[in-house]
Ligand binder design. Structure first.
Ligand code: NOJ
Length: 741
């Protein structure tokens, strides 16, 4: 539609019709026979407002979206198409590993392709917007939503933010889907890692570490932003003019739609920020929040606010304009189904090509954390018996909590994968135990006794399972233990205070350790877990995350050596919960354990645990041995901001196995007016090395890599000395230095 016509449409709308465009409701409002008795009553809005509602959340599938759209367009004075938005976070039907696993691929280009495929599935299924990517910087593994993040580093997160947005939005406006980035801002820093909690930090820290990934996504063209649940320095984001209006809209020129997180406008009252829904609506409107996701606020309060002269109608017009503009840009006025159909859906969902890409992504996401005596890869031709034991042995639930539209039945289990490599005489299997037997955990998420009985085996069945696993293990030469977290233990509202394997799994593992056989742990989890106690007794550890639809194949490809692991952690694995938040880019402090001259007690450290995590950011092994040597800088001086220095390093694959190495460049600004971290990732390269191959790898170091936020919270660069580190992970100590003149 021409812009002039769109304006005319806006001008012709009644106040109620305009407000309708600013309301988002969930599927139940459109499926209930009589909404007045159910959802509408529960939310407390009128039937008229339900009819005028402009967008729908989390309804997926061409059939259902068409039905709802048809009903919406009927008998309307101004038939404005609905826009369908969903949580399509790491795949729709073809599900990839959780984003923390995607972060571990260090392969933004591959993830862009994956998200392009997801957009294709979503487009065919009648969705136009995804509430993704989630790009919150996450440094506290207690927070269940680290599952949705690509990790702890601003630079790596920014690269993924760009590639994910581009993947979703490729071919917009015709195809693809619009990306709604979240949770703006700094939701990943909620205190104590507790969900929905407060965030408090200096503006300097916010700008330097927490905002860059959102900014990268906005610069990549993201069409929408979701305002987060948390307070930011005392002011809830959803009513926070400074972060939404001054920074997002004015500084960053974002003119897309801002949508609140679920019921976040009405929660301004619960926060103690607004006295009632009316004031909450006014505060959100003044902060330029355009769409109210699933709260009664805008539906009931905007009209009185305008008629009583408390809110300028112009603000409503501006918000509606942004909504209409996106609908128009996506072509919904010309085709309210936007090309979606059941036929197209069948053709594009879960195709062999998409599965193949998912398998590759999942394989790249696996991180080999330990491989003592090169026990891995296993050779299927060896005359050895392998026992696949543990609750994830033949479990379809490998998708993780946020794959809400994925079909578990389509998942390749680990046993399915193993069977493609091993004959039945070599493969022994036993579940051994449930994933989780702690009933209080299930009660905590609202399950009834009856539901829990179905999930948790009786004590006698548990004992039988345990006994069988031990018998099976006794017959085997090697044990692969497939364990980890239960799906409910991570994701939204999945904060935890203990990050070890569940007690029942530890109990079984300890019995298996007594058999003195090599045990390989395949750890399925939505977060970095604490593996400190069991690590010494394990021969190998593969961190497999929730690996997605092709998970079982990918795990098997790694275990049997079809693929050489290349995943590297994008979030540190803590040694103990007491370290959290733990991340590599820490500050030196006045009394660093590494450099202080103070006597042993009076240093920045814990008395009972080390400062360092068990496995640091950037860490991961492969089946090859790659040596880094001969780091050189093209000059010891950078002369002014337009100059550049080239860092080079020699890599040698001293093994007979081809590999992909993730070569990482870190910088340290040694002295600055605002102290800088001991190391910060500034670049990385994926380098493939054939068996025994040698390569020289180079990085350009430019002055924009040296910038930081000064005491005035503006970007600056200061002359002085910089250290340059190049290596296989953040713990590297190969470095050289130069001076910026
Ligand atoms: C709440 C979550 O915080 C957000 O990530 C999600 O997109 C919305 N619910 C919608 O489901």
């Amino acid at each position: 539609m021409e812009e002039r016509k769109l304006r005319e449409l806006l001008n012709s709308l009644s106040l109620d019709e305009k407000i309708g465009q600013l309301i988002q409701l969930s599927g139940e409002f459109f499926s209930a026979k009589d909404v007045s008795l159910g959802p509408q009553k529960k939310l407390g809005i009128t039937k008229e407002m339900v009819d005028l509602c402009g967008s729908v959340m989390n309804v997926v599938g061409a059939k259902e979206t068409h039905r709802i759209q048809d009903a919406n367009l009927k008998n309307k004075k101004h038939p404005i198409p609905l826009i369908f938005m969903s949580d399509i976070i790491y795949g729709l039907k073809t599900v990839y590993p959780i984003p923390l696993g995607l972060g571990a691929t260090w392969d933004p280009d591959l993830i862009q392709k994956a998200y392009r495929n997801t957009a294709e599935e979503a487009y065919a299924s009648g969705n136009q917007v995804t509430f993704a990517p989630m790009i919150d910087l996450a440094r506290d593994a207690r927070w269940g939503r680290v599952l949705e993040s690509t990790g702890e580093d601003p630079y790596l997160n920014s690269r993924f933010a760009e590639s994910m947005v581009k993947g979703f939005q490729e071919d917009l406006p015709k195809y693809g889907i619009a990306s709604c980035i979240k949770h703006f801002a700094a939701y990943g820093a909620v205190e104590s890692g507790r969900e929905y909690n407060a965030t408090d930090m200096s503006e300097n820290r916010l700008r330097q570490y927490y905002l860059p990934s959102y900014k990268a996504a906005v610069d990549a063209g993201a069409k929408m932003v979701m305002s987060s649940f948390n307070t930011l320095n005392g002011v809830p984001v959803t009513g926070n003019k400074w972060i939404l209006k001054d920074i997002l809209r004015k500084e960053w020129n974002f003119d897309g739609i801002i949508i609140s997180d679920y019921a976040a406008i009405s929660e301004l009252v619960a926060h103690g920020f607004a006295q009632d829904n009316k004031q909450a609506s006014k505060l959100a409107m003044n902060a330029t929040v355009d769409i109210d996701m699933k709260s009664p606020c805008y539906a009931n309060e905007l009209k009185p606010l305008v008629t009583e002269g408390e809110l300028d109608e112009k603000k409503i017009d501006d918000a509606v304009w942004r909504v209409l503009k996106l609908k128009n840009e996506l072509g919904l006025f010309e085709d309210p189904y936007r090309g979606s159909s059941e036929e197209l859906e069948k053709k594009s969902v879960l195709t062999p090509e998409k599965r193949q890409l998912a398998r590759k992504v999942s394989t790249e996401a696996m991180v080999l954390l330990k491989n003592k005596n090169n026990v891995l890869p296993l050779n299927p031709e060896d005359n050895k018996k392998i026992a696949l034991i543990g609750p994830y042995e033949n479990e379809h639930e490998l998708l993780g909590l946020w794959a809400v539209h994925g079909d578990r039945k389509e998942t390749v289990t680990i046993e399915d994968g193993f069977k493609t490599y091993l004959n039945s005489d070599k493969l022994l299997t036993a579940k051994g135990t449930d994933i989780l037997r702690d009933k209080s955990m299930f009660k905590g998420i609202g399950l009834s006794e009856e539901q829990i009985e179905k999930i948790v085996s009786s004590d006698s069945v548990e004992k039988e399972n345990n006994d069988k696993a031990i018998e099976v293990a006794k017959e085997a030469d090697i044990i692969v233990f497939a364990g980890g977290e239960h799906t409910i233990e991570s994701g939204e509202a999945g904060s935890r205070g203990n990050l070890t394997l569940p007690d029942n799994q530890l109990h079984l593992l300890n019995k298996l350790f007594e058999l003195n056989k090599p045990i390989i742990l395949v750890n399925i989890s939505g977060r970095p877990m604490i593996l400190t106690d069991i690590e010494p007794k394990l021969e190998a550890i593969i961190q497999a995350w929730f690996p997605g639809t092709e998970g079982g194949n990918a795990i098997s490809d790694i275990i049997f050596g079809k693929a050489n692991p290349s995943g590297r952690l994008s979030m540190s694995f803590p040694y103990a919960v007491g370290q959290l938040p733990v991340y590599y880019s820490q500050f030196s402090t006045g009394r660093s354990v590494r450099t202080s001259t103070h006597s042993s007690r009076f240093m920045s450290k814990y008395l009972d645990i080390p400062n360092d995590p068990l496995y640091p950011f950037g860490y991961g092994l492969s089946y090859s041995k790659v040596c880094y040597d001969n780091l050189k800088l093209s000059s010891k001086e950078m002369n002014g901001e337009s100059d550049k220095i080239v860092a080079t390093i020699d890599l040698q694959n001293k093994s007979n196995v081809d590999t992909t190495e993730i070569v990482q460049l870190y910088l340290q600004d040694k002295f600055a007016s605002v102290v800088q971290p001991i190391k910060e990732l500034k670049s990385f390269k994926r380098v493939s090395l054939k068996a025994n191959e040698q390569k020289n790898v180079s990085f350009d170091i430019t002055s924009d890599m040296l910038r930081f936020y000064g005491t005035d919270n503006k970007l600056t660069v200061e002359p002085g000395e910089f250290n340059v580190f190049v290596g296989p992970n953040s713990d590297t100590d190969q470095y050289d230095s130069f001076e910026l003149k």
